[in-house]
Write a protein that binds this ligand. Structure first.
Ligand code: URA
Length: 435
């Protein structure tokens, strides 16, 4: 039986905990033998004194092993996954997974719904009528072998220690610690069993990491954990200082992902898919050079096979694949309200998280787990950073139900946009890469 107060004292005094101590502590906390008040003290001690790499890896593995782990050995070849730390308009998985699968990669992915400005990947996939993410492990594995990709919802028992600990950190002001964030994210990723993981660490006003130095630190920490657990890892730090693409909101984003697979997507989003996808192909051993991988992915867009792969995937999971080829079938919002330019000039800034809140006010996201999402709601930008505008030009269209007034959302979005007089330097989606 561990003596939790000895461990708390050790961490409080700046000493490192042993891997066995961490494993026992997490197991005892998960089953309720260690009370929240002692774990809160431990989290605060870690918050102030940090953890070294060995401790962080031990914590991650202990949380991974606290519940179900997926055994993907029944899938032939190298399995790759990607994880994004999340942002506004992040529809990447919907386009990226079929894109890399069309190029031969095996994608076995677990995704969540999540709180936030728009739903998670699962909410977006469920915009296809009939689509189900409740797959048995066997059906999931069979589908990856047959189609090259499958996405299932996170099982309730995925890293339960993290679920309990994250809820505790949330109410004890101990979320914002790099080792704790990295171990939390990676415990869930490692439980999903892929051999190679590409991390998309977002940086900017719409991201969890607001500045480049903390984004780099998180990317490094997660990469080291993955390598320590025997995984092939790559991490990109990408821009989230303005919404990704033009669309924010579930059906709106799915339509944009479809357009992207037809080669008609927004430039920043298409570039991001090629950047992440090329790293996934390299981890899969399909390509050994980023440029060649990117060319192969472009070919899969141009010859229509990436779009076809999305349709196969939607159909395999019970969804109506006609929506892939005829996106006008998707339901539309009852009302559209426009944000128009109030001056001549250039869009200097769109405060990204404010744009996200604005879409949430329209019904596109949930503030609480129980909230219902309006899958038609959201925002489509006509103009983004650097674009020239004239007074009266439409900057964005807000989509919403007739019962939801757009006033508060419109005011919030307007306050998030700055129109300046000077041209703005070109933005780059890729900020840095950690190998
Ligand atoms: N997301 C997670 O899953 N865990 C954290 O600690 C922070 C963000």
């Amino acid at each position: 039986m561990i003596r939790m107060n000895d461990l708390i004292r050790k961490k409080r005094d700046g000493l490192a905990l042993g891997a066995d101590e961490i494993r026992d502590m997490i197991a005892s906390y998960t089953c309720g033998d260690i009370p929240d008040y002692q774990m809160s003290a431990m989290m605060m001690a870690i918050y102030f004194n940090g953890m070294n790499r060995d401790e962080t890896l031990a914590l991650t593995l202990a949380m991974r092993d606290s519940g179900d782990t997926l055994d993907l050995s029944g899938i032939s070849g190298i399995k790759v996954d990607k994880h994004s730390t999340g942002g506004v308009g992040d529809k990447t998985s919907i386009a990226l997974a079929p894109l890399v699968a069309a190029a031969g990669a095996k994608v076995a992915k677990m995704s969540g719904r999540g709180l936030g400005h728009t739903g998670g990947t699962i909410d977006k996939l469920e915009c296809f009528p009939g689509f189900s993410t409740e797959l048995s492990e066997k059906a999931f594995i069979d589908q990856v072998n047959k189609t090259g990709l499958a996405i299932m919802g996170q099982t309730k028992d995925l890293a339960p220690a993290d679920k309990k600990l994250y809820a505790l950190r949330d109410v004890t002001a101990t979320v914002e610690q790099i080792s704790l964030i990295a171990s939390s994210v990676m415990s869930k990723k490692l439980a999903c069993g892929a051999d190679g993981i590409v991390l998309d660490v977002k940086c900017g006003s719409g991201a969890f990491m607001k500045d480049i130095s903390s984004a780099r630190a998180l990317a490094r920490e997660m990469t080291e954990i993955g390598k320590g657990a025997g995984k092939k890892m790559r991490a990109l730090i990408t821009d989230m200082d303005e919404p990704l693409g033009y669309a924010v909101g579930n059906i709106l984003e799915v339509k944009e992902a479809i357009e992207t697979l037809k080669g008609k997507g927004p430039e920043d989003f298409t570039k991001l898919c090629l950047l992440l996808g090329s790293r996934m192909l390299m981890l899969s051993g399909i390509c050994d050079d980023e440029d060649k991988a990117s060319e192969l992915l472009m070919k899969k867009i141009e010859d229509g096979s990436a779009l076809e792969k999305l349709a196969d995937f939607v159909k395999a999971q019970g969804g109506d694949e006609r929506y892939v080829y005829e996106p006008d079938r998707f339901k539309e919002a009852e009302k559209v309200t426009e944000l128009k330019a109030w001056d001549n000039g250039y869009i200097e800034k769109i405060i990204c998280d404010e744009a996200g809140f604005s879409s949430m006010l329209l019904g596109a996201g949930r503030a609480k787990k129980e909230d219902k999402i309006d899958s038609c709601a959201g925002i489509v930008f006509e103009k983004k950073k650097g674009d020239e505008v004239k007074t009266g030009d439409v900057i964005a269209r807000l989509y919403h139900g007739s019962a939801v007034g757009a006033g508060a959302s419109l005011a919030r979005l307007k306050a998030a946009v700055t129109i300046g007089t000077d041209k703005v330097p070109d933005k780059k989606i890729l900020i840095d890469e950690i190998e």
